[in-house]
Design a protein around this ligand. Structure first.
Ligand code: WT7
Length: 648
């Protein structure tokens, strides 16, 4: 955009639907008046964070409860291994649950849950507290305690939240594995973290079908995984599952006799809270570790300031608890803020494309946080579905996971927010724990831009050597100051931590994203710079999929690239060199079916393979690295020689 061009302002008119880069949106005056952080306060916060970075974060930490406060706000003596709030003692569950029991929040709704079939459950803070305590006691009686790892292979049900909080309460470390991952992927994670306990459900409802989880857990635990002593099973779908072994116990039976009060473990600030795996450029997923202290300080700020939480809010983040969004914005963030969090088990299209709007209307959701892939899917079904419901309770909309294109932004703004609700396009990552670059409710918005870093967060856009690029030039997004909710480590691979995230040294956290800054200082994210795809907002490493293909006997060589998809943003395309005996077979469609089934088994349905192309050879560098950009060029219609050796 050129400086000085006239801009359209204020809420959108019908005629504005065609995207123009000149569109900017100002918040409604009422929102500015009522915002927890008005423009003046935002400017002050930004200035104070710049002038006194540590003092700024110390103030944020002061707003939470601690058993013992820190000696040092930030110890950077081992940078890039940063220790926030060193010397402090706390427990995130004390802030998310225990302290609310002493206040007017005690009888407020903490959780509204809705099953796909329409069944609902509501828990007040006090009820949730009691449930968590019972499970915490049960876990303790199973012999679990501080530092023990617990794998959660769970759907979106209340017990998932309870299991996370119960782990945190006793100092155990939860490691959620998304229910869309295969038995093999589950086994890999269980073994890596040496989980003593696995919590799962018999099954759950998804798009009118029941997904059997317990069977997958059984498959994962066959031969190996000796570390697992107990499997706790929530009876969600009334499935007739095999509970024959001494290892398995029903959740209800486990907690039935337990007391409803339990001591909250006193944790040191850096003690791990959870491990969550994310794909990277190597074949192995990385177990990102987050701790108690910094993580809760970061979340507290984003709920209070970005999501502008008020006592009357009903907050709905549609993220799954198998991903960071669910951890930070279904469970910990909303509960720390003392708000009511909504959780929906099922598919947004079940029984039809108005399910989300129906939920918003029935519970009076005020803040809705979802992903571009979901919006794109619902958009395709047309405006008649949101029109069926009264969405007037909504006051803020938010998006995360991938770039939101301006047309998707505008549909969301107009048909869901009725041109009244700002859209907060929040950029962050599993590794950052919580929001980093995002508008505030009072910001002047440009559709498609993630706006500015939050106060106390500093970012830059640099070339490969770390030099700042000019405005308007694409470069690598780096975070130039540590932040409280940053990852503590990569589980079991501390050497990878530095190599992956700090290739430019401690002062520049390497996010792996390409971005530009416009002349107004606003940031636009363009996608990943590395070999990681973003399929429906889920990170899937190209190499991880290639390795999965290579594990099949028909495959001699494999390369995977991401190709654009209207709904999912990106899907995978595989280039496969077949083993000669398979190449000689006539029915290549059958081989494709076989390979797709194989990937579902190896990785899980989360890895969407759109197409498989059989080729004679793959482009490689002299050192043998696959050159995916050559494959991408071929995909774009260019003539390329796949067998050629490409210079690095
Ligand atoms: C990657 C992180 C953060 C929770 C969900 C994903 C992409 C995230 C945005 C956004 C453009 C975004 C980035 C990032 N991403 N938010 N608002 N605009 N891209 O967490 O699985 O750790 O993935 O998602 O590429 O690096 P994740």
């Amino acid at each position: 955009m050129k400086r000085g061009l006239p801009r359209k302002e204020n809420a959108m008119k019908e005629t504005d639907m065609a995207y123009s880069e000149e569109l900017v949106f100002r918040p409604l005056p009422q929102l500015v008046i009522e915002a927890n952080v008005n423009p003046q306060e935002f400017a002050t916060a930004q200035a104070s964070a710049k002038a006194d970075f540590l003092g700024y974060w110390e103030d944020a930490a002061q707003e939470l409860d601690w058993f013992h406060k820190w000696d040092t706000v930030l110890d950077d003596s081992e940078a890039p291994r940063y220790h926030w709030f060193k010397g402090a003692q706390c427990n995130i569950v004390y802030n998310a649950l225990d302290r609310h029991i002493e206040t007017a929040n005690k009888n407020k709704l903490a959780l509204i849950w809705e099953g796909e079939a329409g069944d609902t459950k509501k828990y007040t803070y006090y009820e949730l507290y009691r449930e968590v305590n019972k499970l915490a006691n049960a876990m303790r009686s199973l012999g679990l305690g501080k530092g023990d790892r617990v794998v959660l292979y769970m759907p979106l049900i209340p017990q998932t939240m309870m299991a996370m909080l119960a782990c945190a309460k006793i100092g155990a470390v939860h490691c959620a594995v998304f229910a869309g991952f295969s038995a093999k992927a589950l086994r890999q994670r269980i073994t890596e973290v040496e989980a003593k306990l696995v919590v799962t459900a018999d099954g759950f409802y998804r798009n009118g079908r029941i997904v059997n989880l317990k069977a997958t857990v059984d498959e994962a635990l066959v031969g190996g995984c000796d570390c697992v002593e107990t499997v706790v099973v929530v009876n969600r779908a009334k499935l007739d599952v095999d509970m024959g072994e001494a290892r398995d116990i029903w959740y209800d039976a486990l907690v039935r006799q337990e007391r409803s009060d339990a001591a909250t473990e006193i944790m040191n600030s850096d003690d791990p809270l959870f491990i969550l795996h994310t794909s990277g450029t190597t074949g192995e997923p990385k177990g990102i570790v987050h701790g108690h202290a910094g993580y809760m300080v970061g979340l507290h700020r984003s709920l209070d300031w970005v999501f502008d939480i008020k006592p009357t809010d009903i907050f709905w983040c549609t993220g799954d608890m198998g991903w960071i969004t669910g951890h930070s914005y279904v469970v910990y963030g909303p509960l720390i803020a003392g708000t009511t969090t909504v959780m929906y088990e099922g598919h947004p299209l079940y029984p039809q494309a108005d399910r989300m709007w129906d939920i918003v209307a029935r519970y009076g959701v005020t803040v809705l946080y979802t992903a571009p892939t979901v919006i794109r899917m619902l958009m395709r079904y047309g405006n008649q579905y949101p029109r069926m419901h009264d969405l007037s309770t909504l006051r803020l909309l938010a998006s995360v996971g991938e770039p939101i294109s301006p047309d998707t932004w505008l549909w969301f703004y107009k048909y869901i927010g009725h041109s009244q609700c700002p859209i907060l396009d929040t950029w962050w990552q599993t590794e950052t724990g919580g929001c980093m670059i995002t508008p505030f409710p009072v910001s002047v918005l440009k559709p498609g831009s993630v706006h500015r870093p939050m106060p106390g967060i500093e970012v830059d856009i640099v070339d490969e050597e770390g030099n700042r690029v000019e405005d308007g030039v694409a470069g690598n997004l780096v975070v130039t100051k540590p932040w409280p909710s940053m990852l503590l480590d990569i589980f079991g691979k501390p050497e990878m931590h530095e190599a992956t995230y700090w290739p430019l040294g401690p002062g520049k956290y390497w996010a792996g994203d390409i971005a530009t800054r416009d002349e107004d200082g606003l940031i636009w994210i363009h996608g990943r710079s590395d070999d990681v795809m973003n399929i429906a907002g889920h990170r899937i490493g190209n190499v991880e999929l290639e390795n999965a293909f290579l594990a099949h006997k028909a495959v001699a060589d494999a390369a995977v690239i991401g190709i654009p998809d209207k709904i999912k943003g990106e899907v995978a395309k595989a280039f496969i060199v077949l083993q000669p005996e398979f190449a000689a077979l006539d029915d290549h469609n059958e081989i494709i079916r076989m390979l797709k089934t194989h990937i579902r088994k190896e990785v899980g349905p989360v890895a969407v393979i759109r197409s498989v192309e059989f080729v004679e050879a793959l482009p490689r560098t002299r050192s043998g690295k696959i050159v995916r950009r050559v494959l991408k060029a071929r995909e774009a219609g260019l003539e390329v020689d796949l067998g050629a050796v490409v210079e690095d």
